[in-house]
Design a protein around this ligand. Sequence first.
Ligand code: BTN
Length: 252
Amino acid sequence: MLGEAARAAGYRLIIRDEVASTMEEARRALDQGDPGQLWIVARSQSAGRGRHGRSWGSPPGNLYASLLLVEPCEMALAPQLGFVAGLALHDAAAKITGLTAPQLALKWPNDLLIGRAKTAGLLLEGESRAGRFAVTIGMGVNVASRPGDTPYPASFLKEIASSATVETLLAALSDAWLARFRAWSLPGGFGPTRAAWLERAAFLGETITLRLSEGPLSGRFSGLDAFGRLELDTDDGRRVIDAGDLYFGAPA
Ligand code: BTN
């Protein structure tokens, strides 16, 4: 069930048993003319996908959700929605676990960490259909279990809060999304969104290694620019990065 505020604001929910991927379900809804503000949640996925073409293991017990938004903003601003969704995930997980930053943190660009172990990931996809621009935000949250085969440490909510369920998380998450999205939609809204994100950022001020198409790049994570790109102070000066992956732990 969605939260009360989300329902009052017109958000709708479809719950499915098993699907290939909620991202495909959202695309289908868009193709059928859905007006957006639609949450699609599946109990499990047979072909869940993560960023960079990776698969996302999706057994029952965790949250697999896609939020379809139609014309939510100018197309150029859509990548910022990842920060909005990250903050909503952080708010919801904080409500359920009682944890705050830095224990509960956001990892650029799109992960939620507990104690530096990945608890949730986000996948943003944008497309245009019949002149309508749509963004689908996929959210995978480890609630009851963590995957056993990740190349990074992983955690799950029940480890911290034994009463955590997909239902309580979804109610908190959908209301948190509404509040964060409204704040971001105000004129100049990315400024406060970026500041709130940075207050919860993992590795800020630390030496990190980014996995880029050109190879690994190490430097000090010094902030986010006005577009949400990561600012990295390297031996050769400041680099501004808009796509890449952070390694956990020591630089490679
Ligand atoms: C990542 O960290 O790589 C992003 C993971 C996103 C997984 C979610 S689960 C719900 C939605 N459906 C998918 O197939 N993927 C996203």
